[in-house]
Design a protein around this ligand. Structure first.
Ligand code: C5P
Length: 222
């Protein structure tokens, strides 16, 4: 069968990465988490005293930053200049600054180019905010995954608790809503459902339920 490009977009904590990983593994495809790239840059900027508003400074940092993903592990490891930052890029300070970093046109231009290179040979599941609209506008399969804010906050709360991050549920809900607002209203490649994307609402679905639904959609394109 043809090696497809599968684009999965949607708001924060809708379950994109969990499901994308499973689908990629089952198909023998590569999984690419584009959010991790914006997070890595945000982490690196905070470490180097570059503010999230400083577009030129961020672009300079990108030039100095060697980003590496290790997809061979269950949790895809992320490295900046050989320092492992897998966990560091999920911390609240990064999460709360990443939307400001990702809003810059020049930053997106660089990272989108890199993402398109990774996807060039197909056989990939890529998740993010603008994959179906800007990164891979001609992807064979496009999914737009949504869930209610309260459901997403609860899922993230559970994940955080397991990782020892103790942010209260109400704060998480507020932060998720804020990040969605920023990502959906930015001028460059805002978060929006592509016209030809399938909408999947995961609010009352289990992970297996979502995976099954997406596999059905993929089967129709094969
Ligand atoms: O997917 P994740 O929540 O890790 O993404 C972190 C942030 O990176 C998003 O809130 C968004 O600001 C940015 N992002 C983006 N475009 C993508 C993926 C992520 O702007 N394709």
């Amino acid at each position: 069968p043809k090696k497809l490009r599968i684009a999965i977009d949607g708001p924060a904590s809708a379950g994109k990465s969990t499901v994308a990983k499973i689908v990629a593994k089952d198909l023998g495809y590569v999984y690419c988490d584009t959010g991790a790239m914006y997070r890595a840059l945000t982490y690196y900027a905070l470490q180097n005293g570059v503010t999230p508003e400083d577009e030129a400074g961020l672009v300079e940092l990108l030039k100095k930053m060697k980003l590496r993903f290790d997809p061979s592990t269950a949790i895809q490891k992320v490295f900046i200049n050989n320092e492992e930052v897998t966990e560091a890029i999920r911390q609240p300070d990064v999460t709360n600054n990443v939307s400001a970093v990702s809003a810059h046109g020049e930053v997106r231009k660089q990272l989108v180019k890199y993402q398109q290179l990774i996807a060039a040979d197909g056989g990939i599941v890529m998740d993010g905010r603008d994959i179906g609209t800007a990164v891979l506008p001609d992807a064979e399969v496009k999914i737009f995954m949504v869930a209610s804010v309260s459901e997403r906050a609860e899922r993230r709360f559970k994940e955080n608790t397991e990782k020892g991050i103790m942010t209260p549920l109400e704060t998480i809900e507020k932060e998720i809503a804020e990040r969605d607002y920023k990502d959906s209203t930015r001028a460059v490649s805002p978060l929006i459902q592509a016209e030809d994307a399938f909408l999947v609402d995961t609010t009352s679905l289990s992970i297996d339920g979502v995976v099954a639904k997406i596999k059905e959609i993929i089967a129709k394109q094969q």
